[in-house]
Ligand binder design. Structure first.
Ligand SMILES: O=C(O)[C@H](O)[C@@H](O)[C@H](O)[C@H](O)COP(=O)(O)O
Length: 269
């Protein structure tokens, strides 16, 4: 692995020769954050996205993590979900259940999936309400700088267009300041209807990990992680708008996704 940081404060870039090496480090990173949160707060709140990220988390289900992680203290959320039935092939819940949740002893009552039986508008409102209840009792922490939930870790994939969660380039959802969870009906990546965390929630997390593998992500990684010109329109690249206020951002990249980066400019921030 080579490590370097971009110009942003509190961000780190981790570049790996292969997706397999990335997956090994990602499992260790998540397990360490889980251990720290359980020690400090008695629980670990983690929000997941869809895509290749979930299979890259696979090593967490293997030794030693299957035994060493305190799974009963995990509370699982989704940073975004597609508006399809929970058993549909496109469902992020199904993906996570098949590849992860079915393999580790996380309590069912600690898994906060998004309602697939109502409209996206209702599902987003319901999800935000559920998170508000958990913030009130401090199962989910609260940001010191605003009243946003402070997840211990939000894991995000990134599309070649720089979208994260279901926040797409130039979409009005990028501008939302008050909402914690919103919905869209015009996703350029199918399916069109989705529910997503907003940027204020993502940027209030204690830790955000952005995970990207593959050459098709290289240009977006370069622009989002390493910097772009001053006149760069941030809304054209949502990944660049991921800048935790008080938390730490770590990029996990394979060498192809990092191929356009100039790592010589790096250094942990
Ligand atoms: O549900 C989704 O579509 C996502 O949460 C989305 O933001 C995903 O993480 C990226 O598109 C990266 O996906 P890949 O890693 O599969 O390219």
């Amino acid at each position: 692995m080579s490590a370097c940081g971009g110009p942003k404060i509190k961000s780190e870039l981790r570049v790996f020769e292969s997706a397999d090496e990335l997956a090994t480090d990602l499992a260790e990173y998540i397990s360490q954050l889980s251990e720290n949160s359980v020690k400090e707060r008695g629980c670990f709140t983690i929000a997941l996205s869809g895509g290749s990220l979930i299979s890259l988390m696979g090593k967490l289900c293997e030794a030693p993590y299957d035994k060493t992680v305190d799974w009963t203290k995990w509370f699982v959320f989704w940073a975004d979900e597609r508006a399809v039935a929970k058993n549909h092939i496109d469902s992020n819940h199904k993906l996570t259940k098949d590849l992860f949740l079915s393999k580790v002893p996380i309590l069912n009552s600690h898994v906060f999936s998004i309602n697939d039986n109502v409209t996206v508008e209702e599902a987003a409102a319901e999800y935000e309400f559920a998170i508000r209840q958990l913030v009130k009792i401090r199962t989910v922490g609260v940001s010191e700088s605003n009243d946003c939930p402070k997840f211990d870790l939000i894991l995000l994939g990134m599309g070649p267009d720089g979208h994260v969660a279901s926040l797409f380039p130039h979409h009005p959802a990028l501008e939302l300041k008050e909402e914690w969870v919103t919905y869209i009906t015009d996703s350029p990546k199918p399916p069109p209807e989705r529910i997503t965390f907003t940027l204020p929630v993502i940027n209030s997390a204690s830790n955000v990990a952005m995970v990207a593998v593959g050459e098709e992500k290289a240009m977006a990684v370069h622009l989002a992680a390493a910097g772009a010109g001053e006149n760069f329109d941030a809304s054209s690249l949502p990944a660049r708008m991921v800048q935790p206020t008080d938390g730490k951002l770590v990029w996990f990249l394979d060498s192809t996704a990092a191929s356009v980066l100039d790592v010589s400019n790096g250094g942990s921030g």
